[in-house]
Design a protein around this ligand. Structure first.
Ligand SMILES: [Zn+2]
Length: 346
């Protein structure tokens, strides 16, 4: 590589990095503006983490931060093995649910449990609603979205489709662990590929006007097992808030022309409260079990005695004292250490 090539490469790379930094900065300020709501424990993204601990549930980890706080996280690797991410998984098809079974009359789904978070796609007045429009079926809502504005994943999940698809233009479809799918259409740029894991609030692309679109907007769709329903059942776009952590669906929500109705939502609230309370209690019990397992895992540490070790050396290596080692292992300072013996150090 001659000097000129090297210089060009360096300039190109530094340009990439500064663009990246600018993008991140812009994304942060916009994210702030759109209001990111975290359900459950707060995210401490700025604080470096000190350790990650396993819990009794293999899909749940505890991340300890250097400032002493912690949060529970779902391990994407463990969740991705779930059959929800393998069955009816097709990266080329908008609707892979060919053998559609009718949905039950009434069923409930966790939209976000205590470990998930949510990010409003855009806090705004919906300018085109779900349902028929000029005789044409409209399976989502249209949200004003200037070209180039970052588009955020609404919930954690795995990208199933990232493609240019007819009327949708540049389309990203994310499948979530509860089986829901969210669609983001007319994008000017797609930043994610099928198989990518995303967290709520991650930038997945930029708003635009590709496909059948009369101007820059985000076409946002929500589907369950291939059936579209009015996203307004989930999200109050005017306030940017999630309506329910647990949503009760009626089969008629999936009729192509049925829109969100406030009164039904209120009526279902009573049913939902009982169901939600039961499920929240279950969640809480799981969380406590995970916390106990984490505390145990954190508390106990072992060290195997090697040739040349003394209690003093072992104490120093493990940031403890000889007295503490003796107390933990029921030994004396004079006890002869056998090579290979496991000593509890914490
Ligand atoms: Zn639309």
């Amino acid at each position: 590589m001659n000097f000129k090539t090297l210089l060009t490469t360096c300039l190109f790379l530094s340009a990439c990095f500064s663009l990246r930094a600018q993008d991140d900065h812009e994304a942060d300020s916009l994210r702030h503006q759109f209001g990111r709501m975290s359900v459950g424990s707060a995210r401490s993204t700025a604080t470096p983490y000190a350790d990650t601990l396993d819990t009794a549930n293999s899909a749940i980890k505890v991340v300890l931060y250097s400032n002493g706080t912690y949060r529970y996280v779902k391990d994407p690797k463990a969740i991705q093995d779930d059959k929800v991410f393998t069955e009816h998984w097709d990266t080329r098809s908008v609707n892979p649910y060919h053998d559609e079974k009718p949905l039950p009359d009434r069923f409930s789904l966790w939209i976000v449990d205590t470990l998930d978070s949510y990010c409003c796609p855009n806090k705004t007045r919906v300018f085109s609603k779900f349902g028929y429009r000029h005789g044409r079926r409209h399976q989502g809502v249209d949200l004003p979205y200037p070209t180039g504005t970052p588009v955020y994943a609404a919930f954690d999940g795995k990208v199933r489709v990232s493609d240019y698809v007819g009327g949708y233009g540049n389309l990203i479809i994310i499948r979530h662990a509860n089986g829901l799918e969210t669609f983001y259409g007319h994008l000017s740029r797609r930043d994610k590929e099928p198989g990518d894991w995303v967290n709520a609030g991650d930038v997945i692309g930029l708003g635009g006007s590709t496909g059948r679109s009369s101007g820059p907007h985000l076409h946002f769709e929500t589907r369950y097992q291939g059936y579209a329903f009015d996203p307004t059942w989930l999200i109050d776009f005017e306030t940017g808030t999630l309506r329910h952590r647990l949503l009760t669906f009626r089969s008629w929500y999936f009729n192509p022309n049925s829109r969100y109705v406030q009164s039904v939502d209120d009526e279902d609230e009573i049913y939902r409260t009982d169901e939600e309370e039961r499920l929240l209690a279950e969640e809480q019990a799981k969380k406590e079990a995970a916390a106990r397992a984490a505390a145990e895992a954190k508390a106990v540490r072992y060290y195997t005695v090697r040739s040349g070790d003394t209690l003093g050396k072992i104490a120093q290596k493990n940031h403890t004292t000889v007295r503490a080692l003796c107390r933990l292992n029921g030994i004396k300072e004079t006890t002869v250490l056998r090579i290979g013996r496991r000593l509890r150090v914490r």
